[in-house]
Design a protein around this ligand. Sequence first.
Ligand SMILES: *[C@@H]1O[C@H](CO)[C@@H](O)[C@H](O)[C@H]1NC(C)=O
Ligand SMILES: *[C@@H]1O[C@H](CO)[C@@H](O)[C@H](O)[C@H]1NC(C)=O
Ligand SMILES: *[C@@H]1O[C@H](CO)[C@@H](O)[C@H](O)[C@H]1NC(C)=O
Ligand SMILES: *[C@@H]1O[C@H](CO)[C@@H](O)[C@H](O)[C@H]1NC(C)=O
Ligand SMILES: *[C@@H]1O[C@H](CO)[C@@H](O)[C@H](O)[C@H]1NC(C)=O
Ligand SMILES: *[C@@H]1O[C@H](CO)[C@@H](O)[C@H](O)[C@H]1NC(C)=O
Length: 520
Amino acid sequence: MGAAVRALLLLALVAAGAEALSLDVHHRYSATVRRWAGLRTGPAPGTAEYYAALAGHDDLRRRSLSLAAAAAAPVPGAGGPLAFADGNDTYRLNAFGFLHYAVVALGTPNVTFLVALDTGSDLFWVPCDCLKCAPLTSPEYGNLKFDVYSPRKSSTSRKVPCSSDLCDLQTQCSAATNSCPYKIEYLSDNTSSNGVLVEDVLYLATESGKSKITQAPITFGCGRVQTGSFLGSAAPNGLLGLGMDSKSVPSLLASQGVAANSFSMCFGEDGHGRINFGDTGSADQLETPLNIYKHNPYYNISIIGAKAGGKTFSTKFSAVVDSGTSFTALSDPMYTEITSAFHKQVKEKRNQADSSLPFEYCYTISAKGALSYPNISLTAKGGSIFPVNDPIITITDISSTPVGYCLAIMKSEGVNLIGENFMSGLKVVFDRERLVLGWKSFNCYSVDHSSKLPVSPNPSAVPPKPASGPGSSNPEAAKRPSPNITQIDAAKPSSGSSIHLHFSRTFLFAAIAPLFLAIL
Ligand SMILES: *[C@@H]1O[C@H](CO)[C@@H](O)[C@H](O)[C@H]1NC(C)=O
Ligand SMILES: *[C@@H]1O[C@H](CO)[C@@H](O)[C@H](O)[C@H]1NC(C)=O
Ligand SMILES: *[C@@H]1O[C@H](CO)[C@@H](O)[C@H](O)[C@H]1NC(C)=O
Ligand SMILES: *[C@@H]1O[C@H](CO)[C@@H](O)[C@H](O)[C@H]1NC(C)=O
Ligand SMILES: *[C@@H]1O[C@H](CO)[C@@H](O)[C@H](O)[C@H]1NC(C)=O
Ligand SMILES: *[C@@H]1O[C@H](CO)[C@@H](O)[C@H](O)[C@H]1NC(C)=O
């Protein structure tokens, strides 16, 4: 898009924002999820088992990253940034495969779903007219009760025929007017979803001003049969694809002109985050171009250098920015260069007590007080510095006392992945229109005042402190020092408007889990 056209679009966005109405959204379901997210399930955070479980997910993701899908470039959209009608909050739910989840509403009357957010796949699906779906209630879900979708029960539901452009399995149709079938296989543990494509309205809310709920028609999978992880630990209530392909939710919103062809995700250090569709970023963000190939659906960037403490490298490699991976994984020579330079500058004693840990460089915390590990940053194509706010994980004993730490970079045999731990403390903008990745240090609880778009704070959207956060007895300062980061050129968020959830500090490197790659 030319500069003039872009300026015009921005003007239109500003105008839309200025007349936007205030939100009157229903947060009851969100509040339940939020409380539940604070409860501890699975291996205790910080323990070796916990990191081993996370790394296992990542391993699956890496092995799956060899497949491809066609990229599409939908028409740019207009309108202010949008959130799901239940708000733009995302929650890292460790009990559900460490994925990030959001609450979405679909259909008339609306039904709400707690869906996994995945930048590594495209199709959105929810459990629907179930032949085989995850249970709707379970002791593992706490007091959450899931719903299913049914086209027959929604007055706005429409069939997607085999003749639709979005129908990939046309060869399996006996007639062009039949419902389009879909089947997605994900490589983790024979995990899949299949059913038919349907169209219905997705409820979205404008970010700024007063209440304005938008209904966007969205094509998604009516998932009648799920297998593998979808019956157990991951995405029990649906999965929302955020990839580059034409079937992903950002692509559909942009092609209809509902939102600009860009979205942002904020990765809070405590596991709380944000997602906003149509967010084109801010003037003060740093950027790098996306490498786009026809058969490459990923958010792929070029790294031209790295820094570990006082040592700089001019190493060049490409990496996929993957919110579906917990820990950054690099292949050699970058892996060895960066990790060994880090190691040479660490003062603490090396420790390899627990072989179940997937990390090569671990250290014993001996004395009390601040750790002083070397800073790590990457330099992206164009020269922008990508700061790594949380390169380490802290290992705790069963009483949550920190006993050691590891450099949380895994060795990859193939693809380089910038995982969620490297995005901690950043707002990342996936600008599919300009084909750039943008980022800035950001507190996910703040309003981005430097945004190109007017945003007014909505007090009802500020999450309250959870009733039972596992971290309530763990003062942050005792867990680990505040990381001494490479500053980027970004305006500091106003601290007055931020409220922190007191999750255990050890939650911060946990992540969205893995995998979920579509083989269509
Ligand atoms: C989205 O997040 C911002 C903080 O980044 C918040 O101020 C705003 O109210 C949120 N909007 C909605 C719709 O929840
Ligand atoms: C969903 O339906 C309920 C009534 O069942 C209504 O109160 C609520 O506003 C609806 N949500 C949206 C986003 O339209
Ligand atoms: C996947 O399914 C195949 C055949 O049904 C089976 O042989 C294989 O062990 C399964 N893999 C896993 C990880 O469950
Ligand atoms: C990322 O882009 C580079 C080209 O710059 C390409 O060689 C590489 O295969 C891409 N990686 C993936 C996983 O698609
Ligand atoms: C970073 O380190 C410098 C010097 O070591 C120190 O003065 C500064 O306060 C540190 N910043 C943070 C955020 O800890
Ligand atoms: C980390 O980076 C900060 C800011 O650039 C710097 O002040 C500090 O000295 C660095 N810390 C170490 C241990 O290198």
